[in-house]
Write a protein of this length. Structure first.
Length: 186
């Protein structure tokens, strides 16, 4: 999985960089990012669109034709629509999720912003989110955007990932460490 994700990222990165450069040149970085959010939402909510975009059995000319129909009503920025057409024409529409991720990383970097992936045992309150954002901003020195998810198996605590750094304060991890230490003591 990791290797295939890496390959997708390598294929998508030049397209994302070109799209970002064009968007920055025309002052449309946020507008393109919002359009990519629409596309991501469509990928997440429509199994048909997701299968269509990633299927190797649909010919590239057919993908380009269907994509043109979709783009007519989508109201996406023209540079984004043209990039999607190019992806379809070049048989690279399957890289769409990786392109979206790469573009968002470039846009965040341009805004001097980092994303923190936070996993908690229960949903974080607004006050907890604000406090965590503040602490991370002070430690990192950049604006922090939280992406949260809930994993009840953690029992309590948090797992926070920022870039390649990870802080795991979950009770699940602490209990596992205690279990290993107890086995070593007997």
């Amino acid at each position: 999985m990791s290797a295939s994700h890496s390959v997708l990222s390598q294929i998508a990165r030049p397209y994302a960089a070109a799209l970002f450069d064009l968007a920055k040149e025309t002052g449309a970085v946020a507008e393109v990012e919002a359009g990519l959010d629409q596309i991501q939402s469509l990928l997440d909510t429509s199994d048909d669109f997701s299968r269509f975009a990633t299927s190797p059995t649909v010919r590239t000319d057919e993908k380009a034709r269907v994509l043109d129909v979709i783009l007519k009503d989508a109201g996406l920025p023209e540079i984004l629509a043209n990039t999607l057409r190019l992806l379809a024409k070049n048989g690279r529409l399957f890289t769409l999720p990786a392109l979206i991720e790469a573009y968002k990383a470039l846009a965040a970097q341009d805004r001097n912003e980092v994303r923190a992936d936070v996993t908690s045992a229960t949903e974080l309150s607004d006050a907890q989110r604000a406090a965590l954002t503040s602490v991370l901003r002070d430690k990192i020195g950049k604006t922090v955007t939280l992406r949260t998810k809930v994993d009840p198996s953690l029992i309590g605590g948090l797992i926070v990932k920022v870039g390649s750094q990870m802080i795991d304060t979950s009770l699940k991890t602490k209990l596992s460490a205690m279990k290993i230490a107890m086995k070593g003591a007997s």
